[in-house]
Design a protein around this ligand. Structure first.
Ligand SMILES: [Mg+2]
Length: 366
């Protein structure tokens, strides 16, 4: 954590980006805006109020130069995640509460994918001044709700001003010694499993793009796009019993994330198209020409868990674990390609077609 730019662990630093720049803009433009003057101190206080500080291992939280954690048994699992306006979300298309919630859910899903239990998080936040009022309160309320839900305590962070919204979240979790499930442990013959349904978040995104998101009848279809649910309990269950050989969360899409898992494990895979749990498509939306299989293969942001278990464990695997449906969708192969086996017809190579920020067609796709 840098000391510059308003660390949440700090008493306010210099320069104070909100009060200084807002005043400067007001003077140079010669107008008095209706945007409230926000000082960094005020902003930090508002953040602090939304996130109660607690936790046995957190000796010093918000209010000093840095947080102090008291290590206990087990291992720390640490991940960081950038959530940027125009790249990962559109301010105009998404409620601020959901941006706060989803930012933390995305980062926490990486802990679920390791089988870890969430403990603490750090937030770096850069905002335009016109977002420092109600928008920020709603954003923080959404994030505080996610923190309570996932068991996370805010341990510190950093705030500054920027022309667009930048959120960076570092999340710390714990797991038993040697229990974290890595991407690299899959073996030929292992069963490939996935939780929940795939393509649901992509359907929500398509509705937003087609300007159908405002329709009340489709509101429920936006749930996974706006409020995804990291599969924490499932991940922990798999890790505690050493039940999974490898695991990843489906943040970028099945085709891409399975590719990551296979590459790390130095194996290939075959996926049975008719076994993939597909997003349900209301008949009224069929006219949009959306293909549920394509959305399940390449649509990202479902934050489901994609994991492998030994063939023997696969035969005994419950259909639901911790309330989440589990499907076996294929198996790991020695041959290093990833194949999609259709119900009829010939197998085809499944190339990664999911989310990749460096390949994206336009800003705000996700
Ligand atoms: Mg991940």
């Amino acid at each position: 954590m840098s000391k510059a730019g308003g660390n949440l662990n700090l008493t306010p630093s210099h320069p104070c980006p909100y009060s200084y720049v807002d005043r400067y803009e007001t003077i140079t433009q010669g107008i008095f805006t209706t945007v409230p003057m926000v000082s960094e101190e005020n902003l930090i206080e508002r953040v602090r109020k939304k996130f109660p500080v607690s936790g046995r291992q957190l000796r010093v939280g918000i209010g000093d130069d840095a947080a102090v954690l008291r290590p206990q048994r087990g291992e720390w699992v640490i991940t960081t995640d950038a959530f940027l306006e125009g790249i990962h979300f559109l301010r105009t298309a998404q409620p601020p509460g959901s941006i706060g919630y989803k930012g933390l859910a995305r980062a926490t899903s990486d802990l679920a994918a390791m089988g870890a239990t969430p403990r603490y998080f750090l937030m770096s936040l850069a905002l335009p001044s016109n977002c420092a009022g109600k928008w920020l309160d709603d954003f923080l309320n959404g994030m505080a709700g996610a923190a309570r839900r996932f068991g996370l305590v805010l341990a510190g962070g950093d705030t500054t001003k920027n022309s667009s919204i930048l959120v960076n979240l570092t999340v710390l979790g714990q797991c038993g010694p040697g229990r974290a499930i890595l991407r690299s442990g899959a073996w030929p013959g292992d069963a490939i499993c996935v939780s929940g349904k795939l393509g649901e978040s992509e359907l929500g995104l398509r509705l937003i793009q087609k300007r159908l998101a405002g329709k009340k009848q489709w509101k429920h279809l936006l749930q996974k796009q706006f409020y995804p649910e990291p599969r924490l309990e499932l991940g922990q269950w798999l890790a505690k019993g050493r039940r999974a050989t490898a695991m990843i969360d489906t943040s970028d899409g099945l085709s891409t994330d399975l590719g990551h898992l296979c590459k790390s494990s130095d194996v290939g895979a075959e996926i049975w198209a008719d076994r993939i749990p597909l997003v349900g498509m209301p008949p009224e939306l069929r006219r949009l020409g959306l293909d549920p299989l394509e959305m399940a293969l390449h649509g990202g942001e479902d934050y489901e868990l994609l994991f492998t278990v030994s063939q023997k464990s696969g035969d005994r695997l419950p259909r639901r674990i911790k309330g989440v449906p589990i499907h076996i969708i294929g198996r790991i192969t020695r041959k290093k390609s990833v194949l999609l086996i259709p119900e009829r017809g010939t197998a085809r190579r499944l190339t990664p077609g999911g989310w990749d920020p460096f390949r994206m067609a336009s800003a705000g796709r996700r």
